[in-house]
Design a protein around this ligand. Structure first.
Ligand code: SAM
Length: 353
């Protein structure tokens, strides 16, 4: 009773509705910023519930816009909500919310892609990586063209325990275009299995929460939207540097309908390609005729370990780019110069072992 009384006291006082606020401040959605608003507070409450209990929590909301999700986060009892919004037009409406929740809402006018989240919260929020996640959540309904680069950037931060993950295993609850949400959560063998599935799932437990039909947004986007929750794993399933894992996964999926060895070959310069591909597959004990979508996370772990071994043995290999080799070959052809003149330092043809 006392606890529910306390939560009731944290609820926002009567305010203009989100639609009224949009009219009041003339907040027309900007198409070039891909703005689509959620006005139904039952739906924003449902998104926020996916994050778990927010009582007394620190929260960062990305892209609050007219503040629907912001209200739900405050009503759920968050003690400290930091919102990062790029479009200044929303700041007066957010200020109104901050006045209604004294001391609980901080506003940052900025770009979430460059914002230094590791400086946004007090040090005492931090938990050790092995511990339970900290009482810090990131929640957001971002434009699709920001959400995908942002999650890739945050996955790298997660691997390096920097940015939002300087505080420990911070949980993220974010929206994506439904097709991207399906790729993030796709299991082995499914049609949606892709680079994004592996990169997300080797680092976190990824949960598909629910789908929001496009018609729930104003204006209505062309596609439906998926809500996805990410909880970083204590022990990532692949223990190699993020960039190395990303390189292996990107190469494997560049020929997603072919056998997996086809993409793996392109990790190696032409001069030693067959031998090193064969050695990598053998060391990893992965069947070369599996398709990229059929590979499990343990397969990727074995491939990344085998590739790391070869990179340690063969100087220059880690910097080799197949597309760069094509470019150099083209350059050599047009200048009538041997390709070797451009590729010094890369492993050459293999001696038999
Ligand atoms: N959260 C609101 C809602 O659900 O109604 C607005 C959602 S709208 C799809 C996305 C919001 O993110 C807009 O307010 C937009 O201005 C903001 N935004 C877009 N790019 C951003 C960026 N790089 N950094 C911070 N905010 C951004």
């Amino acid at each position: 009773m006392a606890a529910s009384g306390k939560l009731a006291s944290l609820r926002l006082p009567p305010l203009p509705t989100v639609s009224e606020l949009i009219k009041l401040y003339n907040l027309r959605a900007e198409k070039h910023l891909s703005q689509n608003f959620l006005l139904d507070l039952r739906l924003t409450d449902k998104i926020v519930r996916q994050a778990g209990s927010l009582k007394g929590a620190h929260v960062c909301e990305v892209g609050p816009g007219p503040g629907g999700i912001t209200r739900s986060i405050l009503n759920a009892g968050a003690a400290d909500l930091l919102v990062v919004e790029k479009d200044t037009r929303f700041l007066p409406g957010l200020k109104l919310l901050s006045e209604a929740a004294p001391g609980r809402l901080r506003m940052v006018h900025g770009d979430i892609l460059t914002y230094r989240m590791d400086r946004g919260f007090p040090g005492n929020v931090s938990k050790s990586w092995q511990d339970d996640p900290p009482n810090l959540h990131i929640i957001g309904n971002l434009p699709f063209n920001v959400a995908t680069p942002l999650i890739i950037k945050w996955l790298e931060h997660m691997a390096n325990r920097t940015g939002p993950f300087a505080y420990g295993r911070t949980r993220l609850t974010l929206t994506f275009q439904k097709e991207v949400a399906e790729r993030l959560t796709a299991s082995t063998g499914s049609r949606q299995r892709s680079r994004l599935s592996i990169m997300a799932q080797y680092l976190c437990s990824v949960r598909s929460c629910f789908t929001i039909p496009g018609r729930a947004f104003v204006p209505k986007p062309e596609v439906d939207v998926g809500v996805v929750q990410f909880t970083p794993l204590v022990q990532p399933q692949v223990q190699q540097p993020f960039k190395l894992v990303e390189r292996v996964v990107r190469n494997v999926f560049q020929f997603r309908r072919k056998y997996c060895h086809k993409g793996i070959e392109k990790l190696f310069p032409e001069a030693c390609r067959p031998e090193l591909t064969e050695e990598m597959m053998r060391r990893a004990d992965v069947e070369p005729t599996l398709r990229p979508t059929e590979l499990t996370i343990p397969h990727f772990r074995a491939l990344a370990d085998a590739y790391a071994y070869l990179c340690a043995r063969e100087p220059g290999l880690l910097n080799y780019e197949f597309r760069e080799e094509l470019r150099l070959q083209h350059l050599a052809r047009t200048r009538n110069t041997p390709v070797d003149a451009f590729t010094d330092g890369l492993p050459g043809p293999r001696q038999s072992r």
